[in-house]
Design a protein around this ligand. Structure first.
Ligand SMILES: NC(=O)C1=CN([C@@H]2O[C@H](COP(=O)(O)OP(=O)(O)OC[C@H]3O[C@@H](n4cnc5c(N)ncnc54)[C@H](O)[C@@H]3O)[C@@H](O)[C@H]2O)C=CC1
Ligand SMILES: O=C(O)C(=O)CO
Length: 334
């Protein structure tokens, strides 16, 4: 008999949809730790926050569904060694996070991050310098200071590190803005009609040297942990912006702060951090060329429904013995 344990519990509406999908499977929506501890013993499937303590009690576990796309908090050694299949919630956030990233790109290209701060202080200071307005009044004929202060997106290259569902959609949207797009990924080699060639990871230095915007859309894995440290910032253009919506652990924040202070890169937009919330006294808060959002790149009224649909589809496939929609490789962490 297949048995699904859910812990922490889901709300009644979601539970009803799970019960409908689960057919004659036993479903325990554990309201407390004691119920979860007891139910996990005979569970064949689990959805929620699995701990080493729960796993140690499980005798029949075949499938574990993570409630998140990222898996780093899930991959304790006992689970990696366990024969159960792990699935995640990747693929839900592609359009929402791509919008968030293009929002950052547009802000930097149009200097909105600077003008927003100026507006708070009723300051009128076109980026480009003291005489920028005079240049503007002088009219066309030469590229004036205001013009030099902004970026023309169609002249820019955006490099994506991790061209999965989110990275792929960022590529589509960036192409729609006329940008040239590069990507590195260990698995995906192309996106037809969008990115004819995706480079292997060893070409990261080439991507860094060629990009005006570098976007991290990769998971936190042993390979990506602190992938962005002092050396990578040196390899980036001093006019380039770093954007991280993947995981905080991928970027060494101390090295990033140093690179920003030294003018090694032009700026950064960050949604995820090594420590969340970012401590109030962190130097990044005060930097004019840094955009900080509090891990909200995926916020959208559509995500809850997609989350439920992924879970229900994986339940259906589990019952029918089909390949899961979002299988993860526990050894690789994604
Ligand atoms: N900021 C936020 O709120 C959110 C962040 N995320 C993060 O975004 C990540 C990606 O999500 P999806 O695109 O849905 O997952 P996905 O699994 O579709 O894409 C991940 C891509 O990263 C690639 N990858 C793996 N190791 C890599 C490496 N060493 N270097 C470069 N690329 C590598 C994979 O081959 C894959 O193509 C998640 O793992 C999660 O960490 C996901 C959801 C929300
Ligand atoms: O699912 C994830 O990994 C997230 O970051 C959700 O915000």
């Amino acid at each position: 008999m297949k048995k699904l344990v859910i812990y922490p519990p889901v709300d009644d509406l979601r539970l009803q949809r799970i019960l409908d999908a689960a057919q004659d499977m036993v479903v325990v929506n554990a309201a407390d730790q004691a119920t979860a501890d007891e139910a996990i013993v005979e569970a064949t499937a689990f959805f929620g926050k699995l701990t080493p303590q729960l796993l140690a009690r499980a005798k029949k576990l075949e499938w574990v569904q993570s409630p998140t796309a990222s898996l780093e908090h899930y991959l304790f050694p006992e689970l990696v060694a366990h024969p159960c299949q792990l699935t995640n919630m990747r693929g839900l956030f592609y359009d929402v996070i791509a919008d968030h990233v293009l929002g950052y790109v547009l802000m930097f290209a149009r200097n909105s991050h600077i003008y927003l701060r100026q507006q708070m202080q009723s300051r009128w200071e076109p980026v480009g310098g003291e005489d920028a307005r005079a240049d503007f009044v002088n009219g066309p004929g030469q590229v004036n200071a205001i013009d030099r202060g902004a970026l023309h997106l169609a002249d820019c290259t955006l490099g994506i590190v991790g061209v999965g569902s989110i990275g792929g959609e960022i590529a589509c949207r960036a192409r729609a803005f006329g940008m040239h797009v590069l990507g590195v990924d260990p698995v995906r080699r192309e996106i037809p009609d969008v990115l004819p060639e995706i480079w292997p990871i060893r070409q990261l230095p080439d991507l860094l040297a060629s990009s005006d915007f570098v976007v991290i859309a990769a998971p936190h894995t042993p390979e990506t942990e602190k992938l962005f440290s002092a050396q990578q910032f040196q390899q980036m253009r001093d006019s380039a912006y770093l954007i991280n919506i993947g995981r905080g652990a991928i970027v060494d924040l101390a090295a990033l702060s140093t690179a920003l202070e030294a003018g090694q890169i032009a700026g950064a937009a960050l949604d995820v951090f090594e420590v969340e919330p970012l401590p109030a006294d962190h130097a990044l808060w005060g930097m004019e060329n840094v955009l900080i959002t509090p891990h909200v790149a995926a916020a959208s009224p559509r995500i809850a429904e997609r989350h439920t649909e992924t879970l229900l589809e994986n339940i259906r496939r589990y019952i029918n013995g089909e390949e899961f929609l979002t299988p993860a490789d526990k050894q690789k962490w994604f």
